[in-house]
Design a binder for this molecule. Structure first.
Ligand code: AMP
Length: 128
């Protein structure tokens, strides 16, 4: 698998502090901030600090420590955003777009956490 990471992508700039964001959480290996164009009352982005393009790249190349930190941070972000159904929340959706067919705009792995309202169909209608 060959991935080339673009160090000038917008999330790399956020991680370097070159452009602002609304930060929600930070751990040793992960970072959480608000999506600039929210699709629902809660719309967070969870990213690893390391240079990974998308989920399969991360799964193959990241350390176990980075992976466990990232997975736990996704869960904690949902809990702290108040959408985790095991707590006070009413549920959420996690999405991680990859590549052209996944309509990934920013080539740095990110998981969207979207909630705070009843979400619609999982994907837009289209041809199979
Ligand atoms: P994706 O299509 O999964 O790559 O989604 C990229 C997401 O990044 C979109 O939901 C954008 O609204 C969001 N986004 C782009 N630029 C910024 C930024 N500067 N700060 C926060 N979110 C951003």
């Amino acid at each position: 698998m060959a991935y080339e990471y673009d160090r000038q992508n917008v999330f790399a700039k956020i991680l370097r502090g070159e452009i602002p964001c609304t930060k929600r959480m930070e751990t040793e290996h992960s970072f959480v901030f608000e999506d600039i164009a929210p699709k629902a009352p809660v719309h967070l982005l969870v990213i690893p600090k390391g240079p990974y393009v998308c989920f399969d790249h991360f799964a193959e190349a990241a350390s176990d420590e980075e992976i466990s930190d990232f997975v736990r941070t996704v869960g904690r972000a949902a809990v702290e955003a108040g959408v985790a159904p095991g707590g006070v929340g009413n549920g959420y959706r996690m999405i991680s777009n990859a590549g052209p067919d996944g309509v990934q705009e920013v080539p740095h792995l990110h998981v969207h956490i979207i909630g705070g309202r009843r979400l619609g169909a999982m994907t837009a209608p289209g041809k199979n």
